[in-house]
Design a protein around this ligand. Sequence first.
Ligand SMILES: Cc1cc2nc3c(=O)[nH]c(=O)nc-3n(C[C@H](O)[C@H](O)[C@H](O)COP(=O)(O)OP(=O)(O)OC[C@H]3O[C@@H](n4cnc5c(N)ncnc54)[C@H](O)[C@@H]3O)c2cc1C
Length: 408
Amino acid sequence: MSRPHVLIVGAGIAGPSLAGWLASQGWRITVVERARSLRIGGQAVDFRGPVHRAVLERMGLWEAIHERRTRLGAQSLLDASGRTLVELPALMMSGDVELHRGDLCQLLFERTREGVEYHFGDAPTALHETPDGVEVEFEKQAPRRFDLVVGADGLRSNVRSLLFGTAQDCLSHHGYRVAGCTLPNELGLRHRGVIYSEPGRGVSVTSAQDVNQVRALFVFTGAPLGSHERSPAAARQVVSEAFAGAGWKTRQLVEGLREAEDVYFDAVGSVRLARYSQGRVVLLGDAAWGGTLGGQGTPLAMVGAYVLAGELLASPDAYSDAFSRYEARMRPYATPAQDGAKRVGGFFAPRTRAGLVLRNQLYRMLTSKPLERVFEKLVTHAANAFELPEYAAAAFVTPQVPYGALSG
Ligand SMILES: Cc1cc2nc3c(=O)[nH]c(=O)nc-3n(C[C@H](O)[C@H](O)[C@H](O)COP(=O)(O)OP(=O)(O)OC[C@H]3O[C@@H](n4cnc5c(N)ncnc54)[C@H](O)[C@@H]3O)c2cc1C
């Protein structure tokens, strides 16, 4: 393929990360994003350990990310009177550096927009593979042919559905639901967070960059949710019911959720796929291995983009081999990291009172001085369990052909 043309579906984190690596080597990159503008919502995302840091440094983003860091410190597990039971160190909950997802999304877009054709407000509806490319039909624009297609369209990837069946079939459910929103900082938190749990339900509140605001997360047991059940209105209703009668300041927080504008609601689950690619189409980021919560989705998406780009650039005429090497490298790294999504519900909201007592005892022990190093290893183990390959030609964005953003 001379100067391959790649369609990347999704302008979240994985899509622009891959776009920047490939565009730097003269590949023609089109990114199509369903939303009409960048989706800069979400809470904080973090990076931990040398693997994450090396990728950010190779992308030239380490300093920019540091400038935007949240500086979140320790988080406390509270009892119903608000007394601290255990203090969790910053490394556990917010890694070496944490920033708001929206800030990262914006940064990646700004760094790549000149060399990449961004198309907002459109989405693919069909993919037809031919011997020399993929014919893609879109909701709005006319059909186009690409050499390769990358599905970087998140947890409920439509590209994945077009390849392997409906999104729901690939998502395994872990028995919990999560709702999040921004609230006024009535607790007066500064660079810290608190977690209050009862059997089967827990709420976490962390300070935001704006000192007048906090981010609240409600985690509670529950069944999977259909698409019509994940609306903010449904969240308000379901969270009110799930937290009825809960102690500490939960009632005020639930009342806050009723007024909040940026309500997010989902079931806690993770993607399980037999393979990441088929023919000329490959999945990246949450679309391939994502988990709703606690699975390091953002750093994995960026490491994955680095590896996929490196493998494609190493053998541009043998995309199938490149996809196989990418999967062989990423699967053993992404799968255990995403197991965090299985445990996260039980951490915020152990199902029984005995489980709650046990959690508190365990974390009291793990955060004690003698076990400091052991704990540090535990919370960075999954992130560090990867040998980052060296790729000869890789650079992150030195645009070859200016594009700019289009909207559909
Ligand atoms: C609005 C939002 C808020 C989030 N908040 C958090 C958070 O607080 N904490 C956290 O850890 N993770 C959060 N995530 C998930 C996190 O961004 C990912 O786990 C991780 O960064 C991997 O990124 P990704 O690019 O694979 O997926 P995402 O960041 O989810 O990006 C996928 C992109 O694809 C787009 N898309 C979806 N379907 C289509 C389609 N059919 N056609 C075209 N485009 C499509 C989406 O609009 C989105 O922009 C959030 C994701 C989103 C979209």
